[in-house]
Design a protein around this ligand. Structure first.
Ligand SMILES: C=C(O[C@@H]1C=C(C(=O)O)C=C[C@H]1O)C(=O)O
Length: 353
């Protein structure tokens, strides 16, 4: 085993916090190994470190840079098997329960209370022979364009994922974000997007652009385009702008998170619907994670690189809890939405084989 993974493995054996991650299109994995057994939480957005922020923002775990050993490795993991087809397995009971949640959301949207609600579910898979280092390597190999990570913290256990969605990238005063929504499988690449997906994604773009307006200048918004994430395709719009005041980073994050891509619109009402109706705790799923105020090499500035925690799982006692959701609008069909979550769960299930 390489030195990098040996250190991570020792860290885990001592039940000390760590995170390892590899950014989109990068050939490097980074690790932060916390040197003490304290729990650190983010109190303000001037801190430097790796943050794991829960969906409701109740928990903001920080791996402070000044308390961590920083390590890295090149991603040339040889001999890792990454190709295998998955059987679809789900119970009728699970399907019915999710379809009822979706129906409930559609009814609320039809009476005009919401424009969009993102409903989700968690699914458990038994993993008696799970090896987190091997699974992380497979994630990195399988999803080069995603943000891949594996984090362990005594407060929250082990989480792992490969997300296609950037929440916010900050470089000097330039900020970048995306509106990502609408889903179909890769084999439908030549079919046009349906009206439902186009409307659903535009709503995310409009929310982001309108709510960032007071904080930004010189914005640039791309045309929506098709973006591949594993076996799925999404509609994506790239948004960039100049931040008027760097001190407003925390406010910008609070405005963006959770976006209508993972929560709904109007935001606070949709969050309440989710908390009251989903019937389970999302914890860190659909929260965000990543680098906060890292010193950029050769630049006199600090950079942040944050991602929405999607296509992820929590590992607990030889069980993987996989989290998957989908955006519901008035035109949603409950059964199709259920199958969308089944397709999304394959991203993670592939690394459990
Ligand atoms: C909610 C998830 O994904 C989000 C919802 C999407 C949709 O509804 O089409 C697409 C991409 C993500 O913004 C998830 O992966 O769990």
């Amino acid at each position: 085993m390489s030195d990098f993974f040996q250190k991570v493995s020792q860290q885990y054996n001592q039940k000390l916090a760590f995170v390892m991650y590899s950014k989109p299109n990068s050939s490097t994995s980074f690790g932060l190994l916390q040197e003490d057994s304290n729990s650190y939480f983010l109190e303000n957005y001037e801190r430097k470190g790796f943050i794991l922020n829960s969906f409701t923002s109740e928990k903001k775990i920080l791996f402070p840079l000044d308390k961590c050993l920083q390590i890295s490795t090149e991603n040339n993991f040889e001999g890792i098997e990454t190709t295998s087809e998955l059987k679809e397995t789900y119970s009728e009971e699970v399907k019915l329960k999710f379809e009822n949640l979706v129906k409930n959301a559609i009814e609320e949207i039809e009476v005009g209370n919401y424009k969009k609600i993102v409903t989700s579910r968690s699914e458990t898979v038994s993993i008696p022979d799970f090896d987190f280092i091997k699974s992380f390597k497979v994630l990195v190999q399988l999803y080069p364009t995603a943000f891949k990570y594996c984090a362990f913290h005594p407060e929250i256990g082990m989480w792992m994922g490969a997300t296609p969605e950037q929440l916010l990238k900050v470089n000097k005063n330039t900020i970048q974000t995306v509106a990502l929504a609408g889903t179909k499988t890769k084999d439908k690449i030549d079919e046009d997007w349906g009206e439902k997906e186009v409307v659903e994604q535009q709503l995310v773009t409009d929310f982001i652009v309108e709510s960032l307006e007071p904080f930004i200048a010189e914005k640039s918004v791309s045309e929506p385009y098709t973006y591949q994430a594993g076996n799925l395709l999404h509609i994506k719009t790239d948004i960039s702008a100049q931040l008027k005041n760097k001190m407003q980073l925390g406010e910008v994050i609070n405005i963006l998170h959770p976006t209508p891509a993972v929560c709904g619109f109007p935001k606070e009402k949709a969050k309440d619907f989710i908390l009251e109706n989903e019937g389970y705790n999302r914890e860190f799923y659909a929260g965000f994670l990543g680098e906060l105020n890292y010193e950029a090499v050769n630049q006199e500035c600090e950079n942040s690189d944050l991602f929405v925690n999607l296509r992820c799982m929590k590992i607990e006692n030889k069980i993987a809890n996989i989290y998957v959701g989908c955006g519901i609008t008035k035109d949603s069909q409950p059964e199709l939405e259920f199958f969308e979550t089944v397709n999304k769960s394959k991203t993670i299930k592939k690394v459990l084989k």
